[in-house]
Design a protein around this ligand. Sequence first.
Ligand code: ZN
Length: 511
Amino acid sequence: MDLIIDLIILLVKALTKKEKVEAPATVTQRRFAPPPAPRMGSKEVADLAARLQRIERAARDEARRCAGEEQNERFVDTLLGYVATAAGRGRTLLGGSDAGSRVELVRSAEYFESLLEVMTDLAQQRRDPARLLLLGDADALADACYRPVVEFARTHGIKLSSQRTATMLIEGDGCRHTLEAENLSILIGFNPTGLAPILLPASWGSEPGWWPALAHEIGHDFLASVPGLDGELRRACELSGDGWLPDGGVGFTGRDLDAAFTVWLPEIFADAFGTLMLGPAFIETLIWSLGDPQHPENVIGVPPGPGWMTWAPHPPHHLRVVLGCRLLAEIGFPGEAARLESEWRARHGGPDALFFPTRRQTWIGIADEAIIRRGESITHVIYQDELASLAGFELRSIPGLDLGPREHEAAREACRAYFAGQRAPTRDPRALIAGAVLAWSERPSLAPSILRAARATIPSVGVARRVLRRRADSNDARAAGPRRGGVDLADWREAMVLSAILDRPRGLPRR
Ligand SMILES: [Zn+2]
């Protein structure tokens, strides 16, 4: 999966580089120019023109079809305004471009094709009513997470390069493309189009634990979308590491730690964003997805990058969970934060150190608190510092970004409603899902029923109102029927049998 994202990022770079090649080359520039790109023959140029024309035509056809569909109308802008326009512009450039920029145009064509393929799937999956409901619910949660930042950016003149998403399922019919992912992930390479698709794991429809992770992915998109934010955070946190693992000969220095945090910054930002968005529910998701009580060494070992030379992008699980808990305390949930951190520690045998890899393929153990303190100084900057790229504001002063006490209470009310068989008294997708996660953390084996109750009143994106009314009513009828209770008696029975037979592990390995 990472490979595909890397490829898309590479292709985006190729696309943006294309602009520069057109500058008239002076003698001085020529002297320092890279070796000439392989020349394209006239047949290759004609093939490329035909290929770009095919892309443009297919994007226009798909846009025309989407324009007539309530659920897919929102893809028209990207298909016409980005894919078709860029492919058309590529064709125009082809006539006058030199050999080097023609090679760049081949890469651009590959990029446009991958965009078109994903856009076509986004629309196709939404032509199936059952999938449309599931994706529309996920989109509603994503929109609710984007709303505060989009609103803030609009009122403060910040131009976000991407400010919305559309979710897609990664398996089953209608997934013609070759993307494969076990985990939730966002295609940041789509950022220039203004829409960043998020890939949902196969168990999305049955596992409430996945849902808060959507906020983490949107955090990635937000960081990439605000001009200058990433660089400003790096300067404010004094992160200018070179990305290399410690060499292993001289122990572990402050520089080594900076190198690690330099690489981990986007993940730390995305976790902080998720914590702000969904509060305790986000930490529950982190604990569920990152925990490994059977092999606690997996949560305290810092993963090396390929070949044991550089750091991998993700911080160790123990650090991620503890940093999430510490930020949770800072935003007004000290009781929940203390409980969640001590539960996490107890489940993993009370870890007090983290183990760092070296280029000699050895490990160095360091007391966890020292590392956590450095991490906390970074989340503190992310949350509390005034940032020029955010028009001089702190993240914490963006209205509606933190899950405040009122929203948390709404989540708790929703949780009580699910168990009592009543309709949740909110339609806010953040509160509905946070409530579902609270219920599920009490009764993990009731996951499907809890998620069904939570989804019953989500204002699913692209779905007709009468369909939503019917769904909410049928859920009410189900709860009020002879098997009264927010979750079915059959589900309770199944839960009891299952928990008697085996203590099901809750964790799935995931980053
Ligand atoms: Zn991430």
